[in-house]
Structures are given as C-alpha cells and as structure tokens.
Design a protein around this ligand. Structure first.
Ligand code: DOR
Ligand code: ZN
Ligand code: ZN
Length: 410
C-alpha cells in the first residue's frame, strides 16, 4: 500500500484542500483524511508513506501523440528510452504512432509491435494503426487501437495518401481517425469529416485559420471533431526556424507569432481539446544534415513548459488537467484514467510550482540527446511520477522498474 499525504488534488474543475490518497494494487483506493495506520489492520501490513508537503497532485499526463520508433528505428529512440523520457515529464500513458519501419498496416505487424512494446515500456501505452488506403480489411478487423492515423501530407515515413477516392472509401470504414492534414489538405479533411460518421482527431494545429475553422464547426454543434496542439507550435515560431535551422524543422512547420497566439486562444476557449507532443526524435546528425528530418522531441518538457505558463498566469492547473489528461482519456475512451478518483488507475504526478530549473541538452533522457527548448527556465516541474501505484520518477531520477500495460479503449 502507498499513502500520499497532504496534497492538493487537481481536477478540471477545481483544486481541493489538502488531502491524502491511499493506493492499493495499482488503483486509488480512497481519497480523504487517512491516518498512516490505515493499512496496518488489514492483511497487508506494509505501507509506504509519502509526504506531499501541500503540493499539487495531478492525474498522470496522457500524451496521445508520440513516435517512440519501436520497431525499426531504435537508433533514434525506443520504447524504453522514450517511456523514461515520458516519466521525467509526468507522462504515465502514451499513444504511439504507426509510422514505424515497417509501418503498422496489418494486424500481424500490430501484434508483433504489441509484444515488443509490452516488454519495454515503463509507461502505459496504446497504439495507433496505420493505413496506405489499401488495407481496409485489416482496419475492419483491428482491435483495441487508439485509432487509424492518416497522413495527408508528406512527412517522416512513407504513409502518404492523396487520392480523394481512396480517402473517401477509407473514411467510410468505422474507426476513429487521427489526421495529419495541413494547408489545403486541412480543408479537405474537414470536408471528409462532414461526410463521414466517424470521429476525426486533428493532429498538431499550427495555423490561426485551422483554429478558426474548428471553432466554427464546434459552434455549429459538431461533436465529432477534436483538435490537438503541440508544445513546439505553442512555444516556437518562424523566427526559431531561422535561428535554429534543421533543429526546428518539423511538419507542420513552425508558423507566425499571430498563429501561435491563436493556438493559445484556442486552448482557453475550448476549441483545442488536447496538448500532445508529437514527440518525434531524430539524431543530431539527421537534424544537421542538408535535408533535415522532420520532427522535434517533446515528451520530457511539455508539462514543465505548461506549468511555467501557470506560474506566469496564462493558464490554470485545471486547464492543464483538462488538456493533458482528462480530455485525452475521454476522447480516446481510455478506461480508468484522466482523473484522480477512487477505483481509477493510480497514475499521478506531483508538481512543485516553485521549483525553477533550466532545460538543458545535457539532461535529456530521450535517446536523441537534444531538445528545442534548451536554455529555457521553467518555474514549475513534476517532482514525482507514479504509474500504476509505483513511484517511477522522483526528483528527476527514474527510480521504478515496473513495466506499463496496454490501455483499454472503450
Ligand atoms: O515532424 C514530424 N515528424 N511530423 C510528422 O508528422 C511525423 C514526425 C516523425 O515521425 O518524425
Ligand atoms: Zn503529423
Ligand atoms: Zn506525429
């Protein structure tokens, strides 16, 4: 049993008075004022007590868009290094994309990936299925995935689909679709959305016009559209692209300050539903080459960057819970996650809003060994990450060894 004493519990709506959280068998058993002797009467006498010292306890972050590169590109990242980086950033669940080598187009490849990942991951995980537009029978058979990822623009991997007939046929198959659509294809994606009965999760919003369009759709009562923003589009813009060259090369590319501000407005007015990182690690050599690979890592520093905005007064802790934990669980139907609640998984992150620390390349845990946020000072850091009732990260160190499990999608 694990007892966390004296924490303020954060939900989408409120921050509680100081309370205690009792954990057993990976789940939250009880929330309230709980004496340290609580476990002593039961058959399990062992009780670990952690004093939260009045700090904030958030549900574990669910990053619904990562590329952990297992299988096939483990030289960039693998599920062990990626999941350790996640734990450093308070992330307890990730949803991983299918642009692997080879891409996850068949159920056989999906099962293989599942088997490898369950042996490697220190966080809970869910997987997306891939498509080339020709694997509709495989999509019809697939079980327990986050959704099908559709690439409507050129980016890392060879999963591009451009033929409108192929796309129209695809979107008729019942599934949740996560879309990489930018520029003209963004408008096309919205057209398909209106024709389809499926839910569309629009990845990595980067432009004001995209946010405006989704705001209108939502105002008109559309309940099938969801929008994601990524830290790199929130914290970096065109100027960084000019300053940092290949290291800031990403798809969709970094946009203008005006676009950046529109994303922040979208976060506040509920147009944007989630913050996910699109954690896309590439080696330094790949980023320094003449044709830099697209993508930036993010899973480690997304939460501190957002907490720093709480310190500045731009966001609330409740916003963070809504965007980074509650909504991801709701949109993807992930069971027993996204809230600190009796009977839910004990995935928790303890946050110190007064801790000030610089982000440094030298401290990066991701295999890629760099971050586009190096040099930034964040006020507000995760100081403990608990996944399934096990303390996995404490004060910037990985201390747990237990493996995560595949999530269940409802
Ligand atoms: O910049 C990107 N990198 N955008 C994507 O859509 C894919 C990602 C990757 O896998 O590297
Ligand atoms: Zn993408
Ligand atoms: Zn991506």
């Amino acid at each position: 049993m694990l007892l966390i004493k004296n924490v303020k519990i954060v939900s989408c709506e409120k921050i509680s008075e100081e309370q205690d959280v009792l954990i057993e068998d990976g789940e939250v058993l009880k929330i309230g004022k709980i004496p340290a002797s609580a476990g002593m009467t039961g058959k399990k006498a062992e009780m670990t007590v952690i004093n939260g010292n009045g700090e904030f306890l958030l549900p574990g972050i669910i990053d619904c868009h990562v590329h952990f590169r297992t299988p096939g590109q483990e030289y960039k990242e693998d599920f062990e290094s990626g999941s350790k980086a996640a734990l450093m950033g308070g992330v307890t669940t990730v949803l991983d994309m299918p642009n692997n080598v080879p891409p996850i187009f068949t159920n056989e490849l999906l099962e293989k990936k599942r088997a490898i990942v369950s042996k490697m991951s220190l966080v809970d995980f869910g997987l997306y299925f891939g498509t080339n537009g020709e694997n509709l029978d495989e999509i019809k058979k697939v079980k327990n995935v986050a959704g099908v990822k559709v690439y409507m623009n050129v980016t890392t991997g060879n999963l591009l689909i451009t033929d409108p007939e192929v796309l129209q046929k695809l979107f008729k198959v019942k599934q949740r679709y996560a879309l990489h659509a930018e520029g003209e294809t963004f408008d096309l994606a919205l057209k398909y959305l209106l024709e389809s009965s499926n839910e569309f999760y629009l990845c990595h919003a980067s432009l004001k016009r995209e946010v405006d369009k989704v705001r209108d759709l939502k105002k008109n009562g559309n309940k099938k559209v969801f929008m994601e923003a990524c830290p790199h589009h929130l914290f970096l813009n065109k100027e960084d692209r000019e300053k940092h060259g290949g290291y800031c090369c990403v798809k969709p590319e970094l946009a203008s300050l005006e676009d950046q501000n529109a994303l922040w407005e979208g976060l506040k007015d509920y147009t944007i539903d989630t913050i996910a990182t699109d954690h896309a690690p590439h080696t330094k050599a790949e980023k320094e080459s003449e044709k830099p690979a697209f993508g930036v890592p993010g899973v480690e520093f997304s939460l501190p960057l957002m907490l720093n905005e709480v310190s500045k007064g731009r966001l609330t802790l409740q916003d963070i819970v809504r965007l980074m934990s509650y909504n991801p669980a709701k949109i993807f139907g992930i069971k027993n996650k996204g809230e600190i609640k009796e009977g839910f998984d004990a995935d928790l992150v303890l946050v110190d809003l007064n801790l000030e620390k610089e982000i440094k390349n030298g401290n990066v845990v991701s295999k890629c060994g760099w971050t586009p946020y190096a040099g930034r000072i964040c006020k507000g850091w995760p100081v403990m990450t608990i996944r399934g009732g096990e303390v996995m990260m404490r004060e910037g160190r990985i201390v747990g060894e237990g493996k995560g499990k595949e999530v269940e999608f409802g």
